[in-house]
Design a protein around this ligand. Structure first.
Ligand SMILES: Cc1ncc(COP(=O)(O)O)c(C=O)c1O
Length: 429
């Protein structure tokens, strides 16, 4: 595989060798596409809507984590670590990405997972993390997960402890993840210079720990761009807040300047971004009506054509915020970029290999497969000869009739449709 050096090292050659990095991305620069159907749907005037396709940044699993991991795992390897410890909710995309990448690199992966609202996405991600070789540890709460992971690290010094989301917590931890997104902003600048996209007025991006948004904001500042980053808050205030974002952004700039003092001496402040609130719902991972509607809209408009889908924890809520923004008359002439942070590669082939055998997971996780069921075949007792050939099998928690033509008789199909519509658990946030 051809190694694609960070563009940041081309602009600032002194950084090479001084900033830890390893090549992981197979799809950079990620494409910038125009969302013409959504523009039409929103009745934009002179405005234009683009998407940065980080969902295709890796051949197995795309999404925002890979950009962070090139630098963070680069440091772990530099320190000659044999494995990565990290933490998150039981449906963590961050943990799954870590499992996939550590497997690729021949490292071990230990995930400390705490409860989050149960969805099919959660059940699916947990099975996949196990499939890709991560060792799963259950923690009653996030705080307990932190404690257990620290304890594990104490007894396993050959492991590298990566914070959840790869972002510093309370100012503690490496800013390397956000440097991945400073680099991403330099990549976008090159695409703007080449004419792939005009300079956007606004970038919408989910903020889970805000490491991604901090990097993009710091990148804009370093490049002197007047783009306003709009991080959409999808976690609680204590996790995502302007103070933390500013701290992470400035820590990243400081880290780079320490290694190359020709880098501009700038600081991110509260006017460089606008944190968008009001889309979280009652907590991290909850499904909101607006978020779900945005996921559905994108599936209808772009699902088959552009091959990207959203999910309800991060990107659906962010899309909902962007739609509300663009529905306002005064924004209809703006150029807006949606930074897609979720994967769009198909993982169904791996999931099918798990045969949905959740009993292989540590016992403490089993109840998350029996307390709630989300798949059509679990409701209808779909026969194996139909189920195993059906695209909806292990694919989606509802609207299976949109994923595949249902081969069951009408009454069974109706039963599954009714049940799955009922369990959507949508909050009117
Ligand atoms: C799909 C997706 N988008 C966004 C984020 C949040 O990124 P950050 O923690 O950098 O804010 C995550 C974090 O896990 C994610 O999985």
């Amino acid at each position: 595989m051809e190694k694609k050096k960070p563009i940041l090292f081309d602009v600032y050659p002194n950084l090479e060798g001084k900033v830890p990095w390893l090549s992981l991305l197979t799809g950079i620069p990620s494409k910038v596409d125009r969302l013409k159907d959504l523009e039409k749907y929103l009745n934009l005037k002179t405005g234009a809507l683009y998407i940065k396709r980080d969902d295709k940044i890796h051949n197995v699993y795309g999404g925002n984590k890979l950009r962070k991991f090139e630098f963070i795992i680069g440091e772990a390897l530099k320190k000659k670590k044999k494995g990565i410890i990290t933490l998150g909710g039981i449906g963590t995309n961050h943990g799954l990405t870590c499992a996939i990448i550590t497997k690729e690199l021949g490292l071990r992966c230990e995930l400390f997972l705490s409860l989050q609202p149960l969805t099919w996405h959660v059940q699916r991600t947990l099975l996949l993390s196990d499939y890709f070789g991560a060792k799963l540890h259950f923690a009653k709460s996030f705080e307990f997960g932190v404690f257990k992971s620290l304890l594990f690290r104490l007894f396993h010094p050959k492991y590298y402890l990566m914070s959840n989301g790869g972002s510093p917590i309370l100012g503690v931890g490496t800013p390397l993840g956000s440097i991945g997104f400073i680099n991403a902003m330099f990549e976008l600048k090159k695409q703007m210079d080449e004419g792939s996209i005009p300079v956007p007025d606004v970038i919408f991006v989910p903020a889970g720990t805000s490491g991604t948004a901090a990097g993009l904001t710091a990148g804009c500042k370093l490049l002197g761009l007047k783009i306003k980053v709009y991080p959409v808050k999808v976690s609680m205030d204590i996790v995502v807040n302007p103070k933390r974002l500013i701290k992470t952004a400035n820590k990243s700039i400081k880290f780079l300047r320490k290694r190359d003092d020709s880098i501009p001496d700038v600081k991110v402040g509260k006017n460089d971004f606008q944190l968008i609130k009001g889309y979280l719902g009652s907590g991290y991972g909850t499904k909101t009506l607006k978020g779900q509607n945005a996921v559905d809209l994108i599936q209808d408009l772009e699902g088959k054509k552009s091959g990207f889908l959203l999910e309800t924890t991060y990107t659906g809520k962010t899309m909902a915020a962007m739609i509300d923004f663009l529905e306002k008359e005064e924004n209809k002439s703006k150029t807006v970029l949606f930074w897609n942070t979720y994967n769009s590669n198909d993982l169904d082939e791996y999931l099918r290999e798990t045969k949905f055998d959740y009993k292989k997971l540590p016992k403490k996780f089993h109840k998350y497969y029996t307390s709630k069921i989300f798949q059509c075949w679990q409701v209808t007792d779909c026969p194996e000869e139909i189920k195993f050939k059906c695209d909806a099998y292990l694919n989606h928690e509802y609207r299976f009739w949109k994923v595949a033509e249902c081969q069951l008789d009408e009454s069974k199909k109706q039963k599954a449709m009714n049940y799955l519509n009922e369990i959507k658990q949508l909050e009117d946030a």
